[in-house]
Structures are given as structure tokens and as C-alpha cells.
Design a protein around this ligand. Structure first.
Ligand SMILES: [Zn+2]
Length: 334
């Protein structure tokens, strides 16, 4: 292990196990951001999946660690005024997008450890075969669906003036995966139309990527999971004009109202992107809180309720939660 990593892990451990750390976190809340829980830890370890995916063993390890150091509470217990009155710091889990694996792989472990969670749905995807472009394009380029679809997609990319970098064919798996991660990040500048076109060129997976509404209702009925909106189409809200922004907000809110019994009064910005105009529109659609992706701990006072901080969890941090407490320590410093 690199010295730097070791130092981070050691300071992270010290932070949670020292009076200084305990004082700093006293009465505070930490909101964690996850996306997917895959069926397999090795698959989640590859760089192009690491940020958005954790494996079941890593996720279970994280849950056990959280139970040891925090009160694991529903998100609203952290956000509602007067709720921060506990000896131990509080943590709430959030999942973005609404991946099917949240029901298949995450939920059984949430039940086993009795850890509540909130899932934020990109509502157009729920109960449909619509696909998240980074997953379909990423996995097709990774070769998950075979060589022929990969070659076809590479040709489509070439037509769009986005040739696949040579490093994406590197014989070393780690380097190849890292090159793919960087390439996928570079595609974010393509128009939604081009990204849809590329996604359509990818083969269908056997199962839909997203949850369906029956799964949403089953998870909600367990009492352990609540749902909120994460856009309808997952469009980046700051890039929409006023009319399209309001359409996106209304459509996602209505879908949640129809699909759940108790949708959360919390919005979750796709990609975390928000500005003053977006925050105002979201507040005007009756949301009291909204989640961004800036890091920090929640003390129930000074923060802008329409841009609440979260800590992202990757496969790496789920496997080594002391790295997560190191990040919380850094985020908690005044
Ligand atoms: Zn998202």
C-alpha cells in the first residue's frame, strides 16, 4: 500500500476513534452518495466502474463499519430541524439514478443490517427499457457484449469525430479500464441527441437497467427505503431553459407522486449540477431540500438546504472505510 494511502487510513481511523473527531461530529449528520451495488466485487474494482459501483462484499463491509461508528438513520432524521440530538454522529445512505441492482443486491443487505436508505429516481427510466448512456456505451466498449457490437460502436464514434483512444485497447486491464473512464468522461460534452444515438447502437442487456414501479413499491413497503426525484430524463438541469426545467421538475415530481406513497420532499440534482436559478425553480416545486455533490457534513443550520453536501462512496472507500472517515475529517474541518 502506498504511504499516502496508509497515512489517510490511519488519520481516518484516529479521527473516528479520538475525542477530537467525536467532538467535531457530535450532533452532526453525514449523507453518503452511492449509485450501484453490483453482484460481483471484482467487476466493481475496475477504474471505469469504481466511482459508481460497489460490490456486495465491500457494501456489506461498509454497512458493518457504519453501524459500529454511526447511528444509521433515514435521510429525513438528519434534515428535519431538532432531529440532531444524538450522542453518536448520524449517517444516511442515498442512492442516485434508480438502478435495478439497488433492489437485487443492495436491499437484501440493507435489510440484513437494518440500515435505512433513500433512492433518487430518474423517473423516465423507471419501468422502462430506457438506458443510461454511460453504462451502455461503457460496457459495450469494454467488450461485455462481445466484439461485434464493440466494433460497430467504435465505428459510430468515429463518424461523430470521437475516435476511441489507442489506450482503450491496451493489453493491461487496469490501464485499459482507466483509459475507458477518461474517454467516457470526455463524451459528456456530446449533445443528448448524439448520446442517445450511440446508446441505441449498443445491444440491449437481458434485464432493464432501472427499477420498475413494482420494485419501488415493494422497497417502500418494507419501511426501510424512501424515494425522491433525480430528474426525469437525467438531463443536466443547469443546461435547460426555464420552460424545459419546469417540465423536467414537474414530470419527475408527478411520477413519484403516482408511483410511491410517501415521496421525499428532497430533490437530487443529476450530476449534482445546480445554480441559483435551478435551486429557485426546485424550491418553487415544493421541495424543501436538495442534494448536491459538494462534500461536507450537515450541522442543521448554516448550510443552504437547496445544495446539501454528500460524500461519494466508491468501491475503494467501501472496502477501506477509514479512507471515508479521512474524507469526512477533511470535509468537517472549518
Ligand atoms: Zn445520476
Amino acid at each position: 500500500m502506498a504511504i499516502k494511502q496508509l497515512l489517510k487510513r490511519t488519520s481516518g481511523w484516529l479521527y473516528l476513534n479520538s475525542p477530537v473527531g467525536r467532538n467535531q461530529l457530535h450532533g452532526a449528520g453525514v449523507i453518503l452518495m452511492l449509485h450501484r451495488v453490483l453482484a460481483n466485487d471484482r467487476a466493481a474494482e475496475l477504474p471505469h466502474r469504481n466511482e459508481l459501483c460497489v460490490g456486495p462484499k465491500a457494501f456489506e463491509h461498509l454497512l458493518a463499519w457504519l453501524k459500529k461508528h454511526f447511528d444509521c438513520v433515514p435521510l429525513m432524521d438528519i434534515l428535519q430541524p431538532g432531529a440532531l440530538r444524538s450522542e453518536r454522529p448520524k449517517v444516511a445512505l442515498t442512492f442516485d439514478d434508480g438502478w435495478r441492482d439497488n433492489a437485487l443486491n443492495a436491499f437484501p443487505l440493507l435489510q440484513k443490517y437494518q440500515v435505512p436508505a433513500s433512492i433518487f429516481l430518474s423517473t423516465d427510466y423507471i419501468g422502462s427499457r430506457q438506458r443510461f448512456w454511460w453504462e451502455s456505451i461503457g460496457e459495450t466498449l469494454w467488450g461485455t457484449h462481445g466484439e461485434q457490437p464493440r466494433t460497430h460502436l467504435i465505428e459510430c464514434l468515429q463518424h461523430m469525430g470521437r475516435p476511441l483512444p489507442a489506450l482503450c485497447d491496451d493489453p493491461d486491464m487496469q490501464r485499459r479500464s482507466l483509459a475507458l473512464l477518461h474517454f467516457l468522461q470526455s463524451l459528456k460534452t456530446l449533445s443528448p441527441l448524439d448520446l442517445n444515438h450511440l446508446t441505441d447502437a449498443c445491444p440491449q442487456e437481458s434485464l432493464p437497467q432501472a427499477l420498475d414501479w413494482q420494485q419501488v413499491r415493494t422497497l417502500e413497503a418494507s419501511g426501510l427505503v424512501r424515494f425522491g426525484p433525480h430528474g426525469a430524463s437525467h438531463a443536466i438541469l443547469t443546461g435547460l431553459d426555464d420552460q424545459r426545467l419546469d417540465e423536467e421538475l414537474s414530470r419527475s415530481r408527478e411520477a413519484l407522486r403516482h408511483g410511491c406513497n410517501r415521496p421525499l420532499p428532497v430533490y437530487c440534482y443529476p450530476n449534482g449540477d445546480n445554480d441559483a436559478r435551478v435551486r429557485e425553480h426546485v424550491a418553487n416545486h415544493d421541495f424543501s431540500f436538495a442534494l448536491g455533490t459538494g462534500t461536507g457534513i450537515y450541522r442543521g443550520g448554516a448550510e443552504d438546504p437547496m445544495a446539501l453536501p454528500r460524500f461519494g462512496v466508491s468501491q475503494r472507500t467501501a472496502r477501506n472505510p477509514d479512507l471515508l472517515s479521512w474524507r469526512i475529517y477533511r470535509g468537517a474541518r472549518p
